[in-house]
Design a protein around this ligand. Structure first.
Ligand SMILES: C[S@@+](CC[C@H](N)C(=O)[O-])C[C@H]1O[C@@H](n2cnc3c(N)ncnc32)[C@H](O)[C@@H]1O
Length: 410
């Protein structure tokens, strides 16, 4: 992996002294936040066409201090393997494994580029915040693709360029001043940032991003020796070169012309003429502040059932809607005609709220994760309303869909 290059050595030293995320020793709240309903939603987000399963094999590549322990806690019946190059991160994870008696977790110090040495494939591969730091991200992604089971799903998070413009400016600034990684360097940097102009492109991030409240977060963002980012078209090409195809965004509403302010802008009609990938690329430019892309990808040659969700034809009537966690119903300051507004608290854009009326609310109340849309909407007269509404709920990240019954019977 080119570990003799000075930058590679710097990256490795960087993570030994600044393990990320800042280590925690209390995962009780995290454990409590995961129940069967939430697991079910997660399973259908990645595998809409497969009946719910909670025993998949999971590889967390570049697991850092906590992520592999998180996965072992949230999927107690799954087998989880965490790998990382940093001995410090591995040691923190081992401590969590012991503290929480995580018998389903294994940890190994291994560069993800060498994942083939594990000698097995995984149904779920998770790699967030890592590939954009590698000397050869293509080689890293290919290595992950090669250990992804044929019906497996890969979850990748990489940095996005436009929202990070202020970060790249400050990274360059720090390089020019030869700012190092010592505690004193980081303290001085945090102090100097208080003098940053209020309208600097970095300023909103300093105010709002939890990453900037800790010295580990500050170092990871501004002093990282190697950091690149991917626009939507670059990400799609990145996946393609590795033998993967785009599945969906982890949270899709920010990328869709049907959601938020663009739904009623004059350009909406032009946007919906574009292919899905062109829409995402245009909307990334329009929103302007996306910091990262979290994507679900599959092998191009995958053996799984079709994972696409389709509201044409009538298969959608056999879909079962499942609520996504983080969704809330708000009832104050409602727009005219609305009885409620639906919000996903994981969205960061304030235009992503979905007003609903009383007929839609009656459909929403019937979602229990068991009934199909046909069972929910009953009479035929309701079907056109139901189709538009459930498509909307899905686009707006309010629900995921268990399409397995439609796949079996089609
Ligand atoms: C920003 S942290 C992200 C940690 C974790 N994925 C998360 O999202 O919380 C990046 C991690 O990738 C690890 N890393 C960097 N290069 C790696 C490589 N070639 N193989 C495996 N891990 C690597 C670092 O040691 C660090 O723990």
């Amino acid at each position: 992996m080119g570990s003799s290059t000075p930058v590679a050595a710097q990256v490795s030293r960087f993570y030994e002294s600044h393990p990320y995320p800042p280590p925690v020793d209390d995962l009780d709240a995290y454990r409590k936040s995961w129940d069967d309903r939430r697991r079910r939603a997660e399973s259908h987000l990645f595998w809409p066409a497969e009946p719910y399963r909670d025993d998949r094999s999971i590889l967390v590549a570049g697991c850092g201090t906590t992520q592999a322990a998180h996965y072992a806690l949230r999927w107690p019946r799954a087998r989880v393997l965490g790998i990382d190059v940093s001995a410090t991160s591995i040691a923190f994870t081992q401590e969590l494994k012991q503290q929480y008696a995580l018998d389903n977790l294994e940890v190994r110090q291994l560069p993800l580029e060498h994942a083939a040495e594990l000698g097995e494939t995984f149904e779920h591969v998770v790699c967030t915040g890592v590939l954009h730091h590698l000397p050869d991200p293509d080689a890293g992604l290919r290595a992950l693709r090669d250990v992804l089971a044929p019906a497996g799903a890969l979850h990748v998070m990489v940095y996005a360029p436009y929202g990070r413009a202020g970060i790249y400016m400050l990274q360059d600034y720090c390089r020019r001043l030869a700012i190092g990684h010592t505690d004193a360097d980081i303290r001085d940097l945090a102090e100097s940032l208080k003098a940053l102009p209020l309208d600097h492109p970095l300023a909103p991030l300093l105010r709002n991003s939890p990453d900037f409240t800790t010295s580990a977060g500050l170092a990871d963002a501004l002093l990282h020796p190697r950091d690149r980012s991917y626009s939507v078209p670059q990400l799609v090409e990145f996946l393609d070169r590795a033998g993967l195809e785009f599945g969906r965004w982890l949270r899709q509403a920010p990328y869709l012309p049907w959601c938020g302010a663009l739904a009623s802008a004059p350009h909406h009609s032009k946007l919906i003429e574009l292919t899905a990938e062109e829409q995402y690329a245009a909307i990334e430019l329009f929103r302007g502040t996306m910091l990262r892309h979290s994507v679900v990808a599959y092998r191009k040659d995958r053996l799984a059932q079709n994972s696409s969700v389709d509201f044409e034809g009538d298969a959608w009537l056999r879909y079962t809607p499942v609520h996504l966690p983080g969704t809330i119903v708000v009832r104050d300051r409602l727009p005219p005609g609305a009885t409620a507004v639906l919000i996903n608290r994981n969205h960061t854009y304030t235009d992503l709220y979905l007003p609903i009326d009383d007929r839609q609310e009656r459909l929403l109340e019937k979602i229990d994760g068991k009934r199909t849309i046909a069972e929910i909407c009953g009479q035929r007269g309701e079907r056109s309303l139901a189709r538009d509404f459930f498509r909307q709920l899905w686009q707006w990240d309010q629900i995921v869909l268990d399409t397995s019954a439609a796949v079996v019977s089609s």
